[in-house]
Design a protein around this ligand. Structure first.
Ligand code: 5GP
Length: 192
Protein backbone atom coordinates (compact mmCIF):
# COMPACT_ATOMS: atom_id res chain seq x y z
CA UNK A 1 0.00 0.00 0.00
CA UNK A 2 1.83 3.02 -1.36
CA UNK A 3 0.31 5.57 1.05
CA UNK A 4 1.47 3.60 4.10
CA UNK A 5 4.96 3.11 2.66
CA UNK A 6 5.22 6.87 2.03
CA UNK A 7 4.26 7.63 5.62
CA UNK A 8 6.85 5.17 6.93
CA UNK A 9 9.54 6.81 4.78
CA UNK A 10 8.51 10.36 5.72
CA UNK A 11 7.66 9.96 9.42
CA UNK A 12 9.11 6.64 10.63
CA UNK A 13 12.36 6.42 12.55
CA UNK A 14 14.62 3.39 12.72
CA UNK A 15 15.85 2.50 16.20
CA UNK A 16 18.59 0.14 17.32
CA UNK A 17 17.42 -3.44 17.81
CA UNK A 18 15.31 -3.63 14.65
CA UNK A 19 12.57 -1.37 15.96
CA UNK A 20 10.69 0.90 13.58
CA UNK A 21 8.95 3.79 15.34
CA UNK A 22 5.79 5.05 13.71
CA UNK A 23 4.35 6.95 16.67
CA UNK A 24 3.30 9.91 14.54
CA UNK A 25 0.50 8.01 12.76
CA UNK A 26 0.09 4.47 14.09
CA UNK A 27 1.34 3.73 17.62
CA UNK A 28 0.72 6.88 19.64
CA UNK A 29 -0.91 9.55 17.52
CA UNK A 30 -3.45 7.88 15.24
CA UNK A 31 -4.16 9.06 11.70
CA UNK A 32 -7.74 7.92 11.37
CA UNK A 33 -7.96 8.73 7.67
CA UNK A 34 -4.95 6.51 7.03
CA UNK A 35 -6.58 3.78 9.19
CA UNK A 36 -9.67 4.10 7.01
CA UNK A 37 -7.64 3.60 3.84
CA UNK A 38 -5.92 0.60 5.44
CA UNK A 39 -9.30 -0.88 6.30
CA UNK A 40 -10.47 -0.40 2.72
CA UNK A 41 -7.37 -2.15 1.44
CA UNK A 42 -7.85 -5.15 3.76
CA UNK A 43 -11.51 -5.31 2.67
CA UNK A 44 -10.34 -5.50 -0.95
CA UNK A 45 -7.68 -8.13 -0.17
CA UNK A 46 -10.10 -10.29 1.88
CA UNK A 47 -13.17 -9.64 -0.30
CA UNK A 48 -13.78 -13.36 -0.87
CA UNK A 49 -13.65 -14.26 2.84
CA UNK A 50 -16.41 -14.66 5.35
CA UNK A 51 -15.58 -12.40 8.31
CA UNK A 52 -17.89 -12.65 11.33
CA UNK A 53 -15.51 -10.98 13.74
CA UNK A 54 -12.13 -9.26 13.90
CA UNK A 55 -9.61 -10.32 16.55
CA UNK A 56 -6.68 -8.13 17.60
CA UNK A 57 -4.48 -7.50 20.64
CA UNK A 58 -4.17 -4.46 22.87
CA UNK A 59 -3.13 -1.77 22.59
CA UNK A 60 -2.11 -0.65 19.12
CA UNK A 61 -4.23 -3.17 17.25
CA UNK A 62 -7.50 -1.82 18.63
CA UNK A 63 -7.70 1.43 16.69
CA UNK A 64 -6.85 -0.03 13.31
CA UNK A 65 -9.13 -3.03 13.86
CA UNK A 66 -12.11 -0.84 14.82
CA UNK A 67 -11.74 1.37 11.78
CA UNK A 68 -11.21 -1.68 9.55
CA UNK A 69 -14.41 -3.27 10.92
CA UNK A 70 -16.40 -0.53 9.23
CA UNK A 71 -15.25 -1.98 5.91
CA UNK A 72 -16.43 -5.47 6.91
CA UNK A 73 -20.04 -4.59 7.67
CA UNK A 74 -19.32 -3.30 11.18
CA UNK A 75 -18.50 -6.75 12.54
CA UNK A 76 -17.54 -6.86 16.24
CA UNK A 77 -13.89 -6.35 17.20
CA UNK A 78 -12.50 -8.47 20.04
CA UNK A 79 -9.12 -7.61 21.50
CA UNK A 80 -6.96 -9.96 23.51
CA UNK A 81 -5.95 -8.43 26.85
CA UNK A 82 -2.44 -8.53 28.27
CA UNK A 83 -1.80 -9.32 31.93
CA UNK A 84 1.44 -9.58 33.91
CA UNK A 85 0.05 -12.40 36.03
CA UNK A 86 -3.08 -14.43 35.69
CA UNK A 87 -5.75 -16.12 37.77
CA UNK A 88 -7.67 -18.36 35.46
CA UNK A 89 -11.31 -18.89 36.32
CA UNK A 90 -12.18 -21.01 33.29
CA UNK A 91 -14.06 -18.23 31.59
CA UNK A 92 -11.14 -17.22 29.41
CA UNK A 93 -8.91 -18.67 26.75
CA UNK A 94 -5.34 -17.86 27.75
CA UNK A 95 -1.86 -18.10 26.38
CA UNK A 96 1.53 -16.51 26.83
CA UNK A 97 3.18 -14.17 24.31
CA UNK A 98 6.73 -12.86 24.22
CA UNK A 99 6.76 -9.13 23.47
CA UNK A 100 9.35 -8.10 20.91
CA UNK A 101 9.42 -4.43 21.90
CA UNK A 102 9.22 -4.92 25.70
CA UNK A 103 11.38 -8.07 25.79
CA UNK A 104 9.16 -9.84 28.30
CA UNK A 105 6.35 -12.37 28.40
CA UNK A 106 2.70 -11.44 28.81
CA UNK A 107 -0.26 -13.56 29.64
CA UNK A 108 -2.96 -12.89 27.09
CA UNK A 109 -6.63 -13.69 27.50
CA UNK A 110 -9.92 -13.53 25.61
CA UNK A 111 -13.26 -14.08 27.31
CA UNK A 112 -14.76 -17.37 26.10
CA UNK A 113 -18.08 -15.71 25.36
CA UNK A 114 -16.48 -13.52 22.68
CA UNK A 115 -15.05 -16.32 20.52
CA UNK A 116 -17.65 -18.90 19.58
CA UNK A 117 -16.93 -22.24 17.93
CA UNK A 118 -17.38 -22.12 14.15
CA UNK A 119 -17.08 -18.35 13.81
CA UNK A 120 -14.96 -16.98 10.96
CA UNK A 121 -12.33 -14.58 12.25
CA UNK A 122 -9.98 -12.09 10.63
CA UNK A 123 -6.92 -11.28 12.76
CA UNK A 124 -5.55 -7.74 12.48
CA UNK A 125 -2.44 -6.24 14.08
CA UNK A 126 -0.11 -3.28 13.63
CA UNK A 127 3.27 -5.04 13.37
CA UNK A 128 4.57 -8.47 12.52
CA UNK A 129 8.16 -9.28 13.47
CA UNK A 130 8.98 -12.79 14.71
CA UNK A 131 5.35 -13.81 14.84
CA UNK A 132 4.98 -14.33 18.62
CA UNK A 133 1.91 -12.11 18.93
CA UNK A 134 0.17 -13.77 15.98
CA UNK A 135 1.05 -17.27 17.12
CA UNK A 136 -0.54 -16.46 20.46
CA UNK A 137 -3.71 -15.13 18.82
CA UNK A 138 -3.86 -18.22 16.58
CA UNK A 139 -3.54 -20.44 19.68
CA UNK A 140 -6.52 -18.64 21.24
CA UNK A 141 -8.49 -19.19 18.00
CA UNK A 142 -7.61 -22.89 17.98
CA UNK A 143 -8.69 -23.25 21.62
CA UNK A 144 -12.01 -21.61 20.77
CA UNK A 145 -12.56 -23.63 17.58
CA UNK A 146 -12.92 -20.55 15.38
CA UNK A 147 -11.76 -20.44 11.77
CA UNK A 148 -8.92 -18.02 10.96
CA UNK A 149 -9.96 -16.68 7.55
CA UNK A 150 -6.97 -14.41 7.20
CA UNK A 151 -4.44 -12.16 8.88
CA UNK A 152 -4.15 -8.45 8.06
CA UNK A 153 -0.98 -6.69 9.17
CA UNK A 154 -0.09 -3.01 8.73
CA UNK A 155 3.71 -3.30 8.80
CA UNK A 156 5.57 -6.60 8.45
CA UNK A 157 9.31 -6.66 9.03
CA UNK A 158 10.02 -9.30 6.41
CA UNK A 159 13.63 -9.82 7.49
CA UNK A 160 12.49 -11.19 10.87
CA UNK A 161 10.77 -14.18 9.26
CA UNK A 162 7.53 -14.42 11.24
CA UNK A 163 5.43 -13.66 8.17
CA UNK A 164 7.07 -16.19 5.90
CA UNK A 165 6.64 -18.99 8.42
CA UNK A 166 2.93 -18.16 8.80
CA UNK A 167 2.52 -18.18 4.99
CA UNK A 168 4.29 -21.56 4.87
CA UNK A 169 1.78 -22.82 7.42
CA UNK A 170 -0.96 -21.87 4.94
CA UNK A 171 -2.37 -18.69 6.47
CA UNK A 172 -3.66 -16.00 4.12
CA UNK A 173 -1.46 -13.23 5.47
CA UNK A 174 -1.74 -9.79 3.85
CA UNK A 175 0.66 -7.09 5.01
CA UNK A 176 0.13 -3.57 3.71
CA UNK A 177 3.85 -2.77 3.84
CA UNK A 178 6.68 -5.29 4.07
CA UNK A 179 10.00 -3.83 5.24
CA UNK A 180 12.89 -5.78 3.74
CA UNK A 181 15.66 -3.87 5.47
CA UNK A 182 16.16 -0.78 7.61
CA UNK A 183 19.28 1.02 8.72
CA UNK A 184 19.45 2.75 12.12
CA UNK A 185 22.52 4.75 10.97
CA UNK A 186 21.01 6.33 7.85
CA UNK A 187 17.34 5.85 8.70
CA UNK A 188 16.81 4.28 5.28
CA UNK A 189 13.92 1.82 4.92
CA UNK A 190 13.63 -0.56 1.96
CA UNK A 191 10.46 -2.43 1.07
CA UNK A 192 9.95 -5.89 -0.43
P1 5GP B 1 6.21 -10.29 17.02
O1 5GP B 1 5.37 -10.87 18.11
O2 5GP B 1 5.74 -10.63 15.64
O3 5GP B 1 7.68 -10.59 17.19
O4 5GP B 1 6.09 -8.71 17.18
C1 5GP B 1 4.87 -8.10 16.93
C2 5GP B 1 4.44 -7.21 18.06
O5 5GP B 1 5.55 -6.50 18.61
C3 5GP B 1 3.47 -6.18 17.53
O6 5GP B 1 2.22 -6.42 18.12
C4 5GP B 1 4.04 -4.84 17.95
O7 5GP B 1 3.31 -4.35 19.05
C5 5GP B 1 5.44 -5.11 18.41
N1 5GP B 1 6.49 -4.73 17.43
C6 5GP B 1 7.35 -5.59 16.81
N2 5GP B 1 8.24 -4.94 16.07
C7 5GP B 1 7.94 -3.63 16.18
C8 5GP B 1 8.52 -2.45 15.63
O8 5GP B 1 9.51 -2.45 14.88
N3 5GP B 1 7.93 -1.26 15.96
C9 5GP B 1 6.85 -1.20 16.78
N4 5GP B 1 6.34 0.01 17.02
N5 5GP B 1 6.28 -2.29 17.33
C10 5GP B 1 6.81 -3.51 17.04
Amino acid sequence: MEELKQRIVQEGTVKEGNVLKVDAFLNHQCDVELFDHMGAEWARLFADKQVDKILTIEASGIGIACVAAQHFGNVPVVFAKKYQSINLDGEQYATSIHSFTKQKDFHVIVGKRFLNEGEHVLIIDDFLANGCALNGLIELCEAAGVIVEGIGIAIEKGFQGGGDSLRERGYDLQSLAIVESMDPETGEVQFR
